[in-house]
Design a protein around this ligand. Structure first.
Ligand SMILES: *[C@@H]1O[C@H](CO)[C@@H](O)[C@H](O)[C@H]1NC(C)=O
Ligand SMILES: *[C@@H]1O[C@H](CO)[C@@H](O)[C@H](O)[C@H]1NC(C)=O
Length: 470
């Protein structure tokens, strides 16, 4: 009688997979900009990149509507300005949940509500005292509507709420906030089956200590690692050490059972001279290696069985963010939906069987080490000339494609079917795409010194038909 039916075996097999479940990668969709695409276009972009989770910083109606029935889950935020009202007035929270959550759920897969953003941080402010009371009234509103089992309430804390974070095993919360805020919050999270939200930026630690912290260690590149003098565990990345400092801080208060989600992490692709480490190569390495680490590895040294779940900051460069240059350059995409650099954002992307993302980087030579070149095997894609490229460079790319490159440029000659519109961008697009299709859309064949990008949308230039394969 010891034989397992195939069905039972399958169940065991599937649960074994579930136990070793990799983590998840979501993206923060910030909108402090005046040049972003409309939300429905953004949802298409997210889907084309296999991104299944986003986090927003408000509860914008157009965004929540665009996300409906998209399969993409979303963390919404009750903004800091509303915490006092929510904390002091249950009817305010009831109304807020009705208008901002119940109105969209379940068509829009709202999975959590972030109560404020980084109110719990380095210092106690006038708003700090409202965080936990606001969490409680919002939770009570969800309970009334029977939404509480599917929608969790938490509050993203800044890692600066730790008084000590090195070594990771000695992580502890700032003592002046422990009794007033931290313990009440952790109690709330435990009672409601929620989790801690924490924002983790190794970039800041590196920027301020670039003489003592290794860049490779900060970027998840190959490095000897750093041994934690408290428990002997070896850390291969600063990110993991920072996450474990938070876990250690919770353990020190005997909240070993609570989990956490990294609600923000990222690395800027540009910065001021003083912002050491802010660069496109470093951002590509950090975010690309983070994705690979999260999707292929297990948890952290202190919590190896708890998958790492992260939200990258951010989807777009946001031109209206104040502060140093880096603040406006955390995006994975430019507002025109071109990639700032090319990294995978999903399991499919990692395996190399996702359409290459719109990219203006040299894909033949990945600047990071997430996994080499890949070939587009699914989905129709086209190679287009970037409207922002220098005319001279476009002309060079066009000449190369039509000459040595062997593209079919007959249709863009005078009297050809694609001569009109007679513009450099249109002609280069036609030639680039012909070259790309002839090369079977292999990665690197849509580059042309950075003047080209891969599009998942069929091009439309007048009556011209763009070839889709040879
Ligand atoms: C926290 O307070 C200290 C001491 O007043 C101050 O130097 C620091 O800039 C404050 N930090 C933040 C993030 O406001
Ligand atoms: C891409 O980078 C590789 C390696 O640096 C180089 O050999 C190749 O010429 C580059 N391709 C283009 C189109 O610039």
């Amino acid at each position: 009688m010891a034989s397992l039916s195939f069905f039972n075996f399958l169940i065991l097999f599937l649960s074994a997979i579930a136990v070793s479940d990799a983590g998840s990668v979501g993206i923060n969709y910030g909108r402090v900009a005046d040049n972003l695409p409309p939300p429905d276009k953004v949802v298409q972009l997210l889907k084309s990149q296999g991104v299944a989770k986003v986090k927003i910083f408000d509860s914008d109606s157009a965004v929540l509507t665009a996300l409906a029935n998209s399969g993409i889950s979303v963390v919404v935020c009750l903004p800091n300005e509303q915490l006092a009202s929510a904390a002091n007035d249950q009817s305010f929270s009831d109304g807020w949940v009705q208008a901002n959550i119940a109105k969209y759920y379940p068509a829009t897969k709202i999975e959590a509500i972030a109560i404020g953003n980084e109110v719990i941080a380095e210092n106690i402010t006038d708003t700090t005292k409202f965080v936990v009371p606001a969490m409680k009234t919002i939770q009570a509103s969800l309970v009334k509507l029977k939404l509480d089992s599917n929608i969790k309430v938490s509050s993203p804390v800044a890692i600066s709420c730790l008084g000590n974070s090195y070594p990771a095993s000695a992580g502890s919360f700032k003592t002046n906030q422990v009794q007033s805020t931290i313990i009440p919050m952790l109690d709330f999270l435990r009672e409601t089956g929620s989790y801690l939200m924490v924002n983790v930026y190794p970039f800041f630690a590196y920027k301020d200590n670039s003489k003592t912290i290794s860049l490779d260690y900060s970027l998840f590149k190959d490095n000897p690692g750093v041994v934690d003098s408290g428990n002997g565990l070896r850390y291969k990345s600063l990110f993991e050490a920072q996450v474990d400092a938070v876990y250690a801080a919770m353990s020190a208060l005997t909240y070993d059972d609570l989990k956490l989600v990294v609600t923000e992490t990222g690395w800027p692709s540009a910065g001021d001279a003083a912002e050491v480490g802010a660069s496109q190569d470093n951002a590509a390495a950090y975010n690309g290696n983070l994705v690979r680490r999260v999707l292929t590895g297990n948890g952290t040294p202190l919590r190896p069985n708890d998958p790492l779940n992260v939200y990258i900051f951010a989807l777009f460069n946001e031109n209206q963010k104040p502060g140093p240059t880096s603040e406006r350059n955390y995006g994975l995409f430019y507002p025109n939906e071109q990639r700032v650099y090319n990294i995978p954002l999903s399991q499919k992307g990692l395996n190399g069987n996702q359409s290459p993302p719109a990219s203006n980087v040299n894909q033949t030579a990945p600047v990071n080490n997430w996994g080499g070149v890949s070939k587009a095997t699914s989905g129709q894609t086209w190679c287009m000339a970037s409207p922002n490229a220098e005319a001279e460079e476009l002309q060079e790319g066009l000449d190369y494609a039509c000459g040595e490159g062997g593209a079919d440029c007959g249709p863009i000659q005078p009297n050809g079917a694609c001569y009109n519109p007679n513009s450099l961008v249109a002609h280069a697009s036609y030639a680039y795409n012909s070259y790309y299709q002839k090369k079977a859309r292999v990665s690197g064949s849509c580059f042309f010194s950075g003047t080209a990008y891969v599009s998942t949308q069929p091009p439309s230039f007048g009556n011209c038909q763009f070839p889709t394969g040879y």
